[in-house]
Design a protein around this ligand. Structure first.
Ligand SMILES: Cc1cc2nc3c(=O)[nH]c(=O)nc-3n(C[C@H](O)[C@H](O)[C@H](O)COP(=O)(O)OP(=O)(O)OC[C@H]3O[C@@H](n4cnc5c(N)ncnc54)[C@H](O)[C@@H]3O)c2cc1C
Length: 389
């Protein structure tokens, strides 16, 4: 029995169903897509058809109308089962911006298609090569021309751009030197990528240490109809910030799932592997790192659940979302370390899946926000110390 689940888990049924779906995509499947750096199309299609990627879309637009904790349970379960939701998780947190700040027409135009799987909203264009974490220094500029905006610039690390129909794009609409606050003058757009590809939009894949379908994208006089502006011009940074707590809580859930996978795998192997006449798990040197990672995971999970509950009550949850994300990523990494060490040489063999999950789990100490920036948030916004940057 998985002791990490509370007795009355409101999403137990969802977890069970997601686990059944994931069982159709075992380690061999993930190994193959990882080896080829391919997109797990069949897995994403199965998730979409089962309605999981539309979990957060209100029922009136064809979605399931579930709370964020249900989406968190779905993503956690995918990772706990040995899979990787990186191929499709963005849809869950990007959509919040359209839900919260989109016009009724935009919601009507996009949400039913996203819920049915006909439209994929998987690309999120924020990070740029020269600005990185310093988001408000981004240079991509959208200039208003009549009924359109004309976009020029570049994004980097735009994951899933080749596998998405739509991109949520953050661009400057007023130069940084002309706004009172650097967070002003940024706007959010819905980009129809299929129409733009070859018409001002170029996508170049970036090969990374794990399979994340990341790309860099270039905008060269790309035309975006003004009706695709989300909310009010100049307020885009706030809209993106609004969605960030949801993003952090969801990514933290994936890290919790990773930690559970590593811990389970390490425990099982430590009981099976017999050396010096006894299972290696009988040695405290093997047991303790696994037990410690388990304790770290449970603490992170408790904080994450507090964050999810606050989010769903509409209360500020920046503290829990940021710290939960950092601690969950740390717990996953500690569990990954314990798991690979417990497996000895076999931890490095592809067929055990440990090395793949180990590579995948590392990302979440850097993206979507790095550990240093979480600590800066805690130092400044939670503890009231001077802003460090
Ligand atoms: C595989 C992958 C997928 C991604 N997907 C997307 C995506 O879909 N869309 C998107 O927009 N972005 C995406 N990102 C980008 C990701 O959000 C950034 O990599 C991350 O925010 C860090 O930015 P950076 O890489 O530019 O690092 P930098 O900002 O250059 O930072 C480098 C290092 O310096 C540290 N640092 C910077 N400033 C400070 C400071 N003031 N104090 C202390 N430390 C500091 C950081 O913590 C970091 O460790 C992805 C990244 C990766 C690797």
């Amino acid at each position: 029995m998985d002791q990490s689940q509370p007795i009355a888990d409101p999403h137990a049924e969802i977890r069970e169903e997601v686990a059944k779906l994931c069982a159709r995509f075992p380690g061999e499947y993930w190994r193959e897509v990882d080896r080829e750096r391919a997109y797990p199309t069949e897995f994403v299609r199965a998730l979409t058809e089962a309605g999981y990627l539309g979990a957060l879309i209100p029922e009136e637009y064809g979605g399931a109308g579930l709370p964020l904790s249900a989406a968190a349970a779905i993503l956690e379960e995918i990772h706990r089962s040995g899979g990787n939701a990186g191929a499709c998780h963005a849809q869950m947190y990007i959509m919040g911006t359209i839900l919260k700040h989109g016009s009724p027409e935009q919601k009507q135009r996009y949400l039913p298609g996203i819920a049915s799987g006909e439209l994929r909203l998987q690309a999120f264009g924020v990070t740029e090569p020269t600005s990185g974490t310093d988001t408000t220094a981004l240079r991509t500029f959208a200039r208003r021309e009549g009924d359109n905006y004309v976009v020029n610039g570049q994004k980097i690390w735009t994951s899933r751009a080749e596998h998405s129909d739509l991109m949520l794009l953050l661009a400057r609409t007023t130069p940084r030197g002309e706004v009172a606050k650097k967070t002003d003058g940024l706007s959010t757009f819905i980009v129809d990528m299929k129409a733009a590809l070859g018409n001002g939009l170029t996508i170049r894949p970036i090969r990374t240490m794990m399979n994340h379908n990341s790309t860099e994208v270039f905008f060269d006089n790309m035309v975006v109809p003004a009706e695709n502006l989300v909310g009010t011009e100049g307020r885009g940074f706030r809209y993106i910030l609004d969605g960030m707590n949801a993003e952090r809580l969801l990514i933290a859930s994936e890290s919790i799932g990773d930690a559970k996978w590593f811990i389970h795998k390490a425990v099982e192997y430590s009981k099976e592997r017999v050396l010096f006449g006894r299972p290696i798990g009988q040695n405290q040197g093997v047991q303790f790192p696994i037990a410690k990672a388990y304790a770290q995971m449970r603490a992170a999970e408790a904080l994450l659940r507090q964050g999810l509950a606050k989010f769903e009550r509409g209360e500020p949850c920046g503290e829990e979302a940021n710290m939960g994300k950092m601690l969950a990523a740390d717990a996953a990494w500690a569990a990954g370390e314990a798991c690979i060490q417990t497996h000895g040489g076999f931890g490095f063999a592809e067929e055990y899946d440990v090395e793949r999950k180990y590579r995948e789990a590392r990302l979440y100490q850097v993206a979507p926000i790095s550990t240093n920036l979480v600590l800066s948030y805690v130092g400044e916004h939670v503890l009231g110390m001077p802003r460090s940057y």
